[in-house]
Design a protein around this ligand. Structure first.
Ligand code: ADP
Length: 596
């Protein structure tokens, strides 16, 4: 249905009412006026007749009919009135316009018939004689209580019609002016009524468009004012509610965003309703793209898809461990639960993804470590067991053999002891680092390095290896001196072990690129590139046989790494096979230029 503006509904009806009223009034006024005119003409004609009534009665009574006709003609001419005198039997005696002898009997004309009955008669009709609409008034002429005739005066009423036409034109002109005025006034009134409504419509549209802080101007008419106030109140309440809802949603989003666990919601058709940043990261999805897509499309993992399908079909919680293969493997502990609306009806499923990769890796590290430790311990224990069995089998009786075997048993025991000591050192350092129990103090680095060099002096001179120390006396760092000393000893120890006799080793410490670097350089066998990334792992050895032969446990560099970490630093290695290696401990620079 087509809709029209209120103005165009109000205005034409006002206009129509005004025009109809105007026409009715004009019609009624013209009719009344015409009646009034005719009444005027009637009484005028009656008066004229009465004026000549006496003279004609006398002439009629005296039988002077020729005089009657002459009088009629004379008076009729003077007064511009047609005057006719008729006898009681209907014969015309005198007429101001015609010859009475030529005129027919008038006894049956209604006004004459009435006058003959003794009362004035009035009639308006078309006169065939004059070919005009005429008004006739007839009064009886009485002499000695006897009707001796009738005098009839008449006038054409065309003059009335002419006068009426003039008046009508004036009324019509006046009406037109009134109609124009009425049109203007009704336009103004229509506008006055429709404008506040229009303003309210615009306001309501702004509310609908979301501008709920907008307020409608309150018009001063009672109903409109109330309506505007009610709409303003409604907008204020709505604004308040929406703010609360937005606030709650923001809070929920903030919770979801800051959650470490991934949260993914799907509807009953397995389409993604929402997901948080953690879920997007874990499943490698884009937050915006995923919404609305089916889970099969969004997530390529069949296990996760199956878990969601099962949760939805079985309508109960399901928990499973899932491995996501991608750039790197992710181990997820996934729990699917039914998603319910406020009425408790199921509307989909909620999946919480817990990244347990780190825990899994730690578990696997622990397992590997236990396996490695067992393996490391097993070798010397097997050897010891073998020697002891040999001794028990009779070797004990031969003192020379017994001593040889016992020496070997002692060596293996030392090795076992060394492994256990290294492991204990390592776990102590790790534990202390974790609990932040390592005391760091601002100390001269040179002292700690000198102590380390000294501790290795005997071993070095046995291989005719010279150890050069290059460190500024004033260089200070925040360190735990015994621990750093141990780390440097481990590095020098390795450098000696993996150098040829007569080569040299340089121990140096200096401030470089806003850190302090402590390095141990040798010119020994070096390490090929592929081993470097794993060199600092526990029990990692490039050449197992050689390491064992040299009494290594494979834990030395792991200890160095953990000591560096305990100092808030790190370790690095550069090596060229056949040319030598440089191991560096990087310590963070806490106080510039080593000044306390
Ligand atoms: P190990 O007790 O066997 O020396 P480490 O953890 O100290 O154990 O060192 C691990 C491995 O790194 C060694 O087995 C050795 O192969 C290699 N390595 C360490 N330092 C050097 C070095 N200075 N030159 C060459 N190889 C080295």
């Amino acid at each position: 249905m087509s809709r029209r503006r209120m103005l165009w509904q109000l205005y034409p009806s006002y206009l129509l009412i005004t025009l109809v009223a105007l026409m009715a009034i004009t019609w009624y006024a013209s009719r009344s006026l015409r009646r009034f005119y005719l009444e005027q003409v009637t009484s005028d004609l009656k008066a004229r007749a009465q004026l000549i009534e006496k003279r004609i009665t006398i002439l009629l009574a005296s039988g002077n009919t020729a005089q009657v006709d002459l009088l009629c003609k004379e008076l009729g001419h003077k007064t511009a009135t047609r005057i006719t005198v008729i006898r009681p039997e209907g014969g015309v005696v005198g007429d101001s316009e015609e010859d009475p002898t030529q005129m027919e009997n008038h006894g049956h004309r209604p006004e004459i018939a009435e006058a003959l009955l003794g009362v004035p008669g009035v009639s308006t009709r078309y006169s065939n004689t004059l070919q005009k609409s005429m008004m006739y008034v007839a009064i009886p002429l009485t002499f000695d209580n006897e009707i001796v005739g009738v005098v009839r005066t008449s006038l054409p009423i065309t003059s009335v019609d002419d006068a009426m036409r003039g008046v009508s034109v004036r009324i019509a002109l006046g009406g037109l002016v009134i109609a124009v005025l009425a049109a203007l006034v009704s336009l103004w009134v229509s506008r006055r009524i429709s404008r506040p409504l229009e303003e309210m419509r615009i306001g309501a549209e702004r509310f609908a468009g979301g501008a709920l802080d907008y307020r409608l101007a309150v018009p001063n008419s009672e109903e409109m004012g109330r309506l505007a106030e009610a709409m303003n109140q409604m907008a204020a309440r709505l604004d308040d509610r929406i703010r609360t809802v937005v606030c709650q949603r923001n809070e929920q989003e903030a919770i979801l965003v800051s959650m470490v666990e991934g949260v993914l919601a799907v509807d009953a058709n397995e389409r993604v309703i929402s997901l948080n940043a953690a879920a997007a990261r874990l499943l490698d999805l884009s937050l915006d793209d995923a919404k609305g897509r089916s889970i099969q499309e969004a997530v390529r993992n069949t296990e996760l898809q199956a878990l969601i399908t099962q949760t939805l079909s079985k309508q109960r919680s399901i928990e499973e461990a899932i491995v996501l293969t991608g750039a790197e493997e992710l181990y997820l502990q996934v729990r699917g639960t039914i998603l319910k609306d406020a009425q408790g009806a199921s509307i989909g499923a909620l999946v919480v993804l817990n990244d347990v990769t780190r825990i899994r890796k730690l578990e696997s590290l622990r397992r590997d470590f236990v396996a490695n430790v067992s393996h490391e311990l097993k070798t010397p224990i097997t050897s010891i067991k073998g020697f002891v069995e040999t001794l028990l089998d009779g070797a004990l009786k031969n003192p020379e053999n017994a001593e040889r075997f016992l020496t070997k048993v002692a060596r293996q025991t030392d090795r076992l002891n060394q492994i256990v000591e290294d492991l204990m050192d390592l776990s102590r350092i790790e534990k202390d680092t974790e609990q932040a129990e390592i005391q760091l103090e601002e100390s001269h680095l040179k002292e700690a390095l000198e102590a380390a060099v000294q501790a290795c002096e005997v071993q070095a001179s046995a291989k005719a290896i010279r150890i050069d120390l290059n460190c500024n006396d004033a260089l200070r760092a925040k360190i735990n001196p015994p621990m750093l000393e141990q780390a440097v000893i481990n590095l020098i120890d390795n450098a000696i072990n993996y150098s040829e006799a007569g080569q040299s080793i340089e121990v140096a410490a200096a401030e470089q690129e806003s850190e302090i670097r402590v390095s141990v350089r040798d010119h020994g066998c070096g390490i090929s590139q592929e081993h470097l990334p794993r060199l600092f792992e526990r029990f990692y050895r490039v050449d197992k046989g050689r390491s064992r032969e040299l009494g290594g446990t494979g834990l030395g560099l792991a200890i160095v790494k953990h000591i560096a970490l305990a100092h808030g630093g790190r370790v690095s290695v550069e090596s060229v096979p056949g040319k030598g290696s440089v191991f560096t401990i990087h310590l963070p620079l806490r106080s510039p230029k080593g000044v306390v």
